[in-house]
Design a protein around this ligand. Structure first.
Ligand SMILES: C[S@@+](CC[C@H](N)C(=O)[O-])C[C@H]1O[C@@H](n2cnc3c(N)ncnc32)[C@H](O)[C@@H]1O
Length: 223
């Protein structure tokens, strides 16, 4: 089995040899690759039967059932004290926030989190910041024409500015081709929306908000 670049990058962000919970494991590929190469136990969790069944089959075929157990449950509600790191990948940022918020006390024993929101990363960073979690690594990866954000997070205070929340405190310090591509196309999209809205009293606030966001993007892209 060969992992996609997104899953490979997530795997690289994991600490070695720590018990892991893979939340929303789906096919279980990440759990399998991690268990193969680390001295650890893995808990592969999904809240839907279909994906969990496919994970079970893949785990069995990889002969890793002694290291990986599966659990049909939601979010982090069933994680145990031995779990020192968790991955939540391939779902919306607001869903990740909901999962962390709902069972926040379960994070007491967790030292590392690798999070890959498909969207709403601003809201996710805002939540992490408010709960005194800090981002210690972060990057963009391209997969199937979509640029994903990956965050590695530990407990600790970090003061993030609005721009840090929007772009990512580490991502914006390492502007790369993915950054330019992601945010210039978004800026072009916002400019098209802005131009399509007629000028009148009812659209004034909306247009001003759009202009502010376009300026934020222009400043960061230095265009
Ligand atoms: C798109 S898949 C991502 C799979 C894998 N993590 C990856 O990144 O390739 C999202 C998976 O998360 C599961 N999921 C969504 N919300 C969940 C929740 N609250 N608790 C557990 N699993 C969840 C879905 O059933 C689905 O299998």
């Amino acid at each position: 089995m060969s992992l996609s670049i997104r899953l490979k990058t997530i795997l690289d962000y994991l600490e070695p040899n720590l018990d892991l919970a893979d939340i929303g494991c789906d096919h279980g590929y990440l759990s399998i690759e991690y268990a193969k190469n680390n001295d650890c136990k893995v808990l592969a969790i999904d809240n839907k039967k279909g994906p969990l069944e496919s994970a079970k089959t893949n785990i069995k075929n990889s002969k890793l059932d002694n290291k990986i157990s599966t659990n049909l449950s939601s979010g982090i509600e069933s994680i145990t004290q031995n779990i020192k790191q968790i991955v939540i990948a391939g779902m919306g940022g607001n869903n990740i926030v909901e999962i962390l918020y709902k069972d926040f006390e379960k994070l007491k024993y967790v030292d590392y989190m690798v999070l890959q929101p498909n969207n709403n990363s601003f809201e996710l960073r805002q939540f992490l910041n408010s709960k005194e979690y800090k981002i210690i690594d972060e990057c963009l990866v391209l997969e199937n024409d979509y640029i994903y954000e990956i965050l590695k997070v530990v407990k600790g205070k970090q003061d993030l500015t609005y721009k840090d929340l929007y772009f990512g405190p580490i991502i914006r310090k390492n502007i790369d081709a993915y950054f330019i591509s992601k945010y210039s196309s978004y800026m072009n999209y916002l400019e098209t929306v802005y131009k399509s809205i007629p000028d009148n009293k009812t659209t004034k606030v909306k247009k001003e908000t759009l202009l502010k966001e376009i300026k934020l993007l222009k400043d960061e892209l230095k265009v």
